[in-house]
Design a protein around this ligand. Structure first.
Ligand code: FA5
Length: 348
């Protein structure tokens, strides 16, 4: 076989092997076998030394053409294999966009937040401002400014967690009354505010008591504010939260920062006032404390009690929620059990 025939043969074999190759490694092996330093084509080119001078150019041209053809074929096949590889990968990793997604469970505000939101909405509609106060409070505001000097016996009812001698976890939202009264400019009109938030007491946890619970404080101070205004406001709260047919009643009570003071009951949601096990046969359930702001509280905040007066109340949203939904243990609100919490739809 002369060199020309050998070249033709190598070309035909090479092209066929390139065409049949499936992997990049295979094609690389073919390249080395044909065109590498010790490759078959390279060998042919070396063999040209033994040819008569006049034949060399012809064979040289042919050998170069065969080498170029094989190089192109290798490069094209490499590209094809690469493309196939990508196509296979895409096929294998195909995402079926018609598959149903993993459902994201929509949450909802905690039932206590729902009650507080409802109360806030009502009071915003009545033109009240919403004020927040610190949970780590000064003894000065939590007690003294509310007419509870050190050693006042009523402090015992609200024993709490002290941070230092002078700072404590607030036992009530009433300190926000004192803080707001101090700042209010009465030349601009009466003060109407509510203040929701967490409070803390060293109460032993039981079905109706928690060491951490919520209160919403209310305070109105201005000229000619009467107890009738207090009663009307609380009636509205009861009807908004518990329903149109709820009545309230005020019972005389004692708070150092209000005079007169009242404990406020709502007619029982279960029996409507006839008497049942929920209301302990009384027809009424206690929900909040209230009263007319004590003149000492006004004086201490720099407000003239001869000109201004008003009412205040402090209600417990935890107890409201218990009554509204018939929950018999306050601790349920703090256990974070979604089976319990998800029962309370947003609309309540
Ligand atoms: C007060 O805390 C007064 N600051 C309320 C007040 C404000 C009176 C303004 C007058 C003027 P009392 O301790 O009664 O009052 O608490 C008010 C409400 O908080 C109660 O009616 C009850 O609903 C709720 N509450 C009290 N202690 C607990 C507790 N341990 N767990 C859950 N709720 C409680």
């Amino acid at each position: 076989m002369n060199l020309q025939e050998r070249l033709e043969e190598l070309k035909a074999q090479g092209l066929k092997a390139i065409k049949d190759s499936k992997k990049l490694k295979e094609i690389n092996d073919i390249r080395v076998k044909l065109l590498g330093k010790k490759g078959q084509i390279t060998e042919v080119l070396r063999g040209m030394r033994d040819l008569p001078k006049e034949e060399r150019p012809k064979i040289g041209v042919m050998a170069n053409r065969v080498r170029d053809e094989l190089t192109n074929a290798i490069s094209n096949r490499q590209d094809e294999i690469e493309i196939q590889k990508v196509a296979q990968k895409l096929e294998a990793e195909k995402i079926d966009v018609t598959l149903p997604g993993v459902p994201v469970k929509a949450g909802q505000p905690h039932v206590l937040s729902q009650i507080i939101d409802e109360i806030e909405k009502l009071f915003l509609g009545l033109g009240f401002q919403i004020v927040e106060g610190p949970e780590v409070e000064e003894d000065h505001y939590n007690f003294e400014m509310l007419n509870l000097p050190p050693d006042h016996p009523a402090r015992d009812m609200q024993d709490t967690f002290y941070i230092t001698d002078k700072t404590l976890m607030r036992t009530q939202t009433s300190p926000v009354q004192a803080r707001t009264l101090e700042k209010h400019d009465f030349s601009k009109g009466p003060l109407k505010m509510i203040s929701p938030g967490k409070v803390y007491r060293r109460d032993t946890d039981d079905a109706t008591h928690s060491h951490q619970f919520h209160q919403v404080e209310g305070l109105v101070v201005g000229e000619n504010i009467t107890m009738a205004n207090l009663k009307g406001t609380l009636q509205l709260v009861a009807k908004t939260i518990f329903g149109e047919d709820r009545e309230i009643r005020l019972r005389p009570s004692y708070f150092p920062f209000t005079e007169p003071s009242a404990e406020v009951d709502v007619s029982c949601f279960k029996c409507g006032g006839k008497g049942c096990s929920v209301c302990k046969q009384s027809g009424w359930i206690e929900v909040l404390g209230a009263g007319m702001v004590h003149p000492n509280v006004l004086k201490m905040a720099g407000v003239d009690p001869e000109t201004y007066g008003g009412f205040a109340f402090g209600l417990g949203p935890d107890r409201f929620a218990m009554l509204k939904y018939g929950v018999d243990d306050i601790r349920e609100f703090y256990l974070n059990d979604l089976r319990f919490l998800s029962q309370f739809s947003q609309k309540g």
